[in-house]
Ligand binder design. Structure first.
Ligand code: ACO
Length: 328
């Protein structure tokens, strides 16, 4: 049986650091409010940098860590909801930027904060069935471009960043043990950002009608409650489908949205701090970039070793939620 094994990881975050104090200079907020409600202290913002550039830097680092040539990649899947072009996909731009061979399959996946795990899930299916041999999977978002920077209820929560993994179809016990993705489109209004589109000349008052705001909108309180519930059920499903016990988990890498949501997941699994990876204090919520950025830090920091069991769990706009278990 073939499994999708992670050969290497990479990540990239923009240089520009925006602290809570910086934000207190542009909206009515405070370091104390943001830190105590979310755990976030600072975030990165892409200045004169595109989603493709962030994705490509993370992808290049993952290829290097994996020791895999771009010429050997036959599948690129990018999770993002902030591409700079409607089309071509960010995956196609990454393909040409990194010199990945022409003819490889390349596509984007839209699942907001669950984007990386959705992309990982899609790639896993290609690799398990033999439809691809080596895949580059990237999660990347630049939510700074979706923000209403006058809205203190949302602009303090997000940051920009990217992370990537190189996967290979291999026989053996190592690799993705289970991957689970779900959505509930009835709840789209919890969290969304409208695309900007032109009116066509056949509509009523094409030039006068007000345009809906393209900024991110979120019902924070309700999203919080749903996030705690769905992360819990996604964790249970991941454990059950991969045939492991909660005690087997070496490291939980949850989507980095809010420290209080992460603590709820940690308590549910009765994990101590050493078995949960967080970096949201330094990056905020980077949406699809969040899990692979944390994973890359954990790998490079020596937190994940051979045969360790790592559990990923995410939720986001859609609503979407997803989980995966990997034997390293
Ligand atoms: N600074 C100061 N005060 C603020 C701020 C701010 N930045 N933002 C809100 N407030 C005020 C509110 O106006 C409110 O004031 P009021 O009581 O006078 O009305 C008060 O603080 C409390 O606001 P709440 O919204 O109740 O605060 P809460 O404790 O719920 O925290 C938060 C808000 C952090 C947004 C929380 O609800 C949360 O984390 N939600 C989930 C976010 C999330 O995980 N999103 C999904 C992933 S993202 C994706 O998929 C793209």
């Amino acid at each position: 049986m073939l499994r999708a094994k992670i050969l290497g990881t990479g990540s990239y975050a923009p240089q520009k650091v925006i602290t809570n104090r910086d934000l207190a200079g542009i909206v009515e907020t405070s370091d104390e409010w943001i830190t105590s409600r979310t755990g976030i202290r600072e975030r990165r913002v892409a200045v004169n940098e595109t989603t493709t550039e962030m994705a490509s830097k993370a992808g290049k680092a993952a290829l290097k860590a994996a020791g895999v040539s771009p010429k050997d990649i036959d599948l690129i899947v990018v999770g993002t909801v902030t591409p700079e072009f409607t089309f071509p996909s960010t995956a196609c731009f990454v393909q040409s930027t990194l010199g990945i061979k022409p003819g490889a399959a390349a596509f984007d996946v839209s699942a907001a904060c669950s984007g990386f795990l959705y992309a990982l899930d899609a790639a896993e299916k290609y690799l398990k069935t033999g439809a691809a041999k080596k895949a580059l999977v990237i999660g990347v978002d630049a939510f700074s471009r979706l923000m209403d920077w006058t809205d203190r209820t949302t602009c303090v929560l997000f940051g920009d960043g990217a992370g990537a993994v190189v996967l290979s179809a291999e026989k053996g016990a190592k690799g993705i043990l289970s991957s689970n993705v779900h959505s509930d489109g009835r709840r789209w209004e919890m969290l969304y950002a409208r695309g900007v589109s032109q009116k066509n000349p056949f509509e009523d008052n094409p030039h006068d009608a007000p345009r809906p705001s393209p900024h991110l909108k979120m019902q924070g309180n309700e999203t919080f409650k749903i996030a705690v519930r769905t992360m819990g059920s996604a964790i249970n499903e991941a454990i059950e489908n991969s045939g492991i016990k909660p005690d087997d988990i070496t490291l939980l890498i949850p989507h980095q949205a809010n420290e209080r949501i992460i603590n709820a997941a940690k308590d549910r699994l009765k994990l101590n701090d050493e078995r949960v990876y967080t970096n949201l204090d330094r990056f905020g919520n980077t949406s699809a970039g969040s899990i692979p950025l944390a994973l890359d830090e954990a790998v490079r920091g020596g937190r994940i070793k051979d045969n360790d069991i790592v559990l990923f769990v995410a939720f986001g706009g859609g609503l979407t939620w997803a989980s995966a278990v990997v034997r390293w």
